[in-house]
Unconditional design. Structure first.
Length: 225
């Protein structure tokens, strides 16, 4: 079964399933929307390019952010960045070793910057600095921002499905948040990886939905207000 065919779970209050979720208690968290992943000159573009195109994750994410304007939903971006020489990485292995070797995600460089399409949203998207690993909560103000705004529900979009999305989702769950993942706004390295996570792994601890279902839910809430 393809991830695109997974029935979305109702986007509702988990404590009271018949109650629509409060947009003011919901946050969209964008992970890794940076040039080194998505710009034509990005040093790691080839890692996610094929799957990102297949899910149209950039287009879907941008449409969603536009549709969430004036709904009360908070939007955060948690880019990963490193200082020159990568002092944050001590004996890295795997993907973080690749990041250092390729010179990716350096602060104050084009590659480490958010893609222009996200920057164009201005203050609708709150960028949180400090992330230098898989977890969007680590070394950032994400948790404190969510607590200060009374956020209960987190919706994740971005890359990479099996790394930063998975890690952040698990941490969010442990912190007591309701976690939703947008199947059409995330990208893995391959279609197989994406489908395994969306079909078999994420549903064990997250709610799976799509950008359209999320948008429709909150637009419906506005119409009823």
């Amino acid at each position: 079964m393809l991830a695109s065919k997974i029935p979305s779970t109702p986007f509702c209050n988990q404590a009271n399933p018949g109650e629509r979720m409060d947009p003011k208690k919901t946050a969209l968290v964008l992970i890794g929307f940076q040039n080194d992943w998505f710009h034509e000159d990005g040093v790691l573009r080839s890692v996610v390019e094929e799957q990102a195109r297949a899910t149209n994750m950039i287009g879907n994410s941008l449409s969603l952010i536009k549709n969430l304007k004036n709904t009360g939903v908070s939007v955060f971006s948690a880019p990963i960045r490193f200082q020159e020489g990568y002092p944050e990485l001590v004996n890295p292995i795997g993907v973080l070793a690749t990041v250092r070797e390729s010179g990716a995600f350096l602060a104050d460089t084009k590659g480490g910057s958010s893609i222009d399409e996200i920057s164009a949203f201005g203050d609708q998207v709150t960028e949180l600095s400090g992330r230098c690993g898989m977890n969007a909560f680590s070394n950032t103000a994400l948790e404190s921002e969510l607590r200060a705004r009374g956020i209960e529900n987190i919706v994740l979009a971005g890359v990479v499905t099996s790394l930063c999305i998975d890690t952040t989702a698990r941490i969010a769950l442990d912190l007591g948040f309701n976690v939703h993942i947008l199947t059409d706004c995330i990208s893995g390295r391959t279609a197989v990886e994406h489908d395994i996570y969306c079909n078999d792994i994420f549903p064990m601890f997250c709610h799976m939905t799509t950008s359209q279902d999320l948008s429709d839910s909150f637009q419906g809430a506005l119409a009823e207000a």
